[in-house]
Design a protein around this ligand. Structure first.
Ligand code: FUB
Ligand code: ZN
Length: 651
């Protein structure tokens, strides 16, 4: 049943795609993770992050009580109007985690929550505890109120839980809500512009799993509602700022990124899905333009986006402050979603380069190494005022990073009729159903610390196809597409590729090393990606990074934390001709690579009429691992000259 439905979805996918390039993702449920970097993180999600989310959702806040009350029709809503979404996102994360860690107790907990959610659903399919408890007459009035957003997260959870467990109670609740929205808006011809996007991408998932085209049509309908002045509610009537939720112009006509970063990411994720499934090139054009605006002018080196706290989103081009960076965890998670879809749509590896940057840096930073502390914002410098927290009033980030990490299997492989794409280098196993037969793939290595990747390719019998292994941008001397950041030096290091022990010829196309041949059962590929430490500078327009460099090795951006550097990092700079030593420290921060370098520190001299410059050995750790030993000074972008030793002050 499960595979029948899934294959039906894929069939429609092919049929509707026509001539347009569109790849098929291998989803988390088909991938087994066996990786020295990610497996312990998946373990932490199940042993620490999910218990933390469950405790907060069920005991410390009223999120589950809201469903109980809505089912019984008595009591007051507790919390914020979008709190239902956190329950759904936690369930989605549980679903992904169950796939790796079967856990009957956790599954019982999820089943119990799902029963409560189902009991809270109205006869007509509507579900939202804020309005059920606050008065159903108020529903679907204020488009900012996140009803469709919560519905979207319900759908994503229903699909994931079904994929992970085969149980469809939550999926049925989700379908009923989707049907309710279809009747209420599209069929009735009543405009609705969701103030917070999410429903669009979720409906595409519902379409993929059910094969029911109605959900795809509704997804596109929601997308096409935007930009025509149909918005009603706080954003439009009080703030008079439709650009905040990307509603100033129709999606296909958008030329620049505006507004709230998470809303934008979720919307463009849905738009890319729709473009790929509908074969509609006009969305693609708009998204290429917007993507360039984000990546060429508004991206942090960590892959984070949305520098401004006031709108939780984008400000003007190149405004990328470090200490005051907002850079919400959810926005980096959204970058991962969107860039995956852009890659599927175009087959271009540059999107995975950006995805990888956001995943390993901006997003992963949102989760503590213990798994139970979170960052909402992810600054690139700190005076000691930033600390990870157990939870947030608006708690979108904890369950978002939980579901991303637990579903990392979603981002490793993609395929079309005769091609298998290896997008991320994560130890894992999967079976890819190519047109001429299934191919088992096994990947191993020690990424992100080391660039040697081993692949076993196992078709059932000799078979012709192409394996496309991504050659990361950082190896092609492209720090980020578009040149917002560039490597200070050009490194000419050669990739090595061995097939069954012999050096193999290759060509690189669209950022992929293409291995076309007749593959035999058990063929072995070894890819050696050199991983030197690279110095990065930003375009001169990025005032916050002027006279500074950042360091990167492989996909990881590094940072300097006070605790490793005698307490202070703001008095240090990196002189020219820097020698950098790189060494793995298994005992530090769960095992991280550490960079040491001969830097300089300055201080006032004893006479008080000048400065002393001293040599100082400086230590840098991967950015994602900072703030796991308490708050303190930190900065990613280090000055290269005394004149740049200016500390940003909090606004
Ligand atoms: O509005 C719901 C969530 O809360 C958004 O996605 C986050 O940015 C935060 O505002
Ligand atoms: Zn968030």
């Amino acid at each position: 049943m499960r595979y029948g439905i899934l294959l039906l979805g894929i069939f429609f996918h092919w049929v509707m795609t026509f001539g347009q390039r569109s790849l098929i993702p291998v989803d988390f449920s088909e991938v087994v993770i066996e990786d020295s970097f990610w497996s312990p993180r998946l373990d932490k999600i199940s042993s620490a992050t999910l218990p933390a989310c469950i405790e907060q959702t069920e005991e410390k806040t009223g999120r589950i009580r809201n469903f109980e009350k809505a089912a019984s029709g008595t009591g007051q809503h507790e919390g914020i109007y979008y709190d239902d979404s956190d329950v759904y996102k936690a369930l989605e994360a549980i679903a992904y985690s169950l796939r790796h860690h079967p856990d009957p107790v956790l599954q019982q907990k999820a089943d119990a929550w799902i029963a409560k959610i189902a009991a809270a659903q109205q006869e007509d399919g509507y579900i939202n505890t804020y309005y059920t408890l606050g008065g159903l007459e108020g529903r679907w009035q204020d488009m900012e109120k996140h009803e469709a957003y919560c519905a979207g997260h319900l759908i994503e959870a229903g699909v994931a839980y079904y994929q992970a467990t085969g149980k469809d109670q939550l999926l049925e609740v989700a379908r009923k809500m989707a049907d309710h929205m279809d009747r209420t808006f599209r069929v009735a011809g009543q405009h609705w512009v969701p103030g917070h996007q999410e429903i669009e991408l979720a409906l595409v998932k519902l379409y993929r799993v059910t094969g029911n085209e109605k959900y795809l049509t509704l997804a596109q309908w929601f997308l096409d509602q935007r930009g025509h002045g149909y918005g009603k509610g706080k954003i439009w009537d009080e703030w008079k700022d439709p650009g905040y939720c990307q509603d100033a112009v129709p999606v296909k006509e958008a030329k620049e990124i505006t507004g709230h970063a998470v809303r934008a990411m979720y919307m463009y994720t849905g738009a890319a899905d729709i473009a790929s499934l509908m074969g509609d090139a006009s969305y693609l054009q708009a998204m290429q333009t917007i993507w360039e605006d984000v990546v060429y002018r508004n991206l942090y080196i960590t892959g984070g986006i949305g520098s401004s706290g006031s709108n939780e989103g984008f400000s003007v081009d190149y405004d990328l402050p470090n200490e005051n960076a907002y850079c919400e965890t959810c926005a980096s998670v959204g970058m991962v979603f969107w860039n995956k879809r852009m890659n599927l749509l175009t087959g271009d590896a540059k999107f995975i380069d950006v995805l990888e940057r956001s995943l390993y840096n901006g997003a992963l930073d949102g989760l503590s190494l213990t798994g139970d502390r979170f960052f909402y914002g992810n600054p690139l410098a700190s005076n000691g005022q930033h600390a990870r927290r157990a939870w947030y009033g608006t708690a979108c980030c904890p369950s978002n990073i939980a579901r991303l990490v637990a579903s990392v299997g979603d981002y490793i492989y993609a395929f079309d009729q005769h091609d298998i794409l290896i997008n991320l280098f994560i130890g894992s196993r999967t079976i890819v159903p190519l047109e001429d037969g299934k191919v088992a793939i096994r990947q191993s290595g020690n990424y992100p610390w080391d660039g040697e990747i081993h692949l076993t390719v196992d078709p059932q019998q000799p078979q012709d196809f192409v394996i496309k292994m991504r050659v990361p941008g950082w190896l092609r001397n492209e720090t980020t597409p578009g040149g917002l950041y560039h490597f200070v030096d050009t490194v000419e290091e050669n990739i090595e590729i061995l097939i069954n022990g012999d050096n193999a010829g290759y060509k690189i196309e669209d950022g992929y090393l293409q291995l076309a041949r007749t593959w035999n059962p058990g063929d072995k590929v070894v890819l050696k990606l050199p991983m030197p430490v690279r110095k990065i500078a930003a375009r001169s327009e990025v005032v916050a990074d002027a006279g500074r460099i950042a360091l990167q090795k492989g996909p990881l951006v590094y940072t300097f934390e006070g605790i490793d550097n005698g307490g202070s990092v703001f008095d240090c700079y990196l002189p020219a001709n820097l020698l950098i030593k790189s060494e793995f420290h298994p005992e530090l921060l769960g095992g991280v690579n550490v960079l040491t370098l001969d830097g300089k520190s300055i201080s006032g001299n004893e006479a008080g009429d000048g400065i002393d410059i001293r040599s100082k050995t400086l230590t840098a750790i991967p950015y994602f691992a900072w703030n796991n030993r308490g708050p303190g000074e930190m900065q990613v972008w280090m000055p290269t000259r005394i004149g740049a030793l200016k500390i940003e002050t909090a606004q």
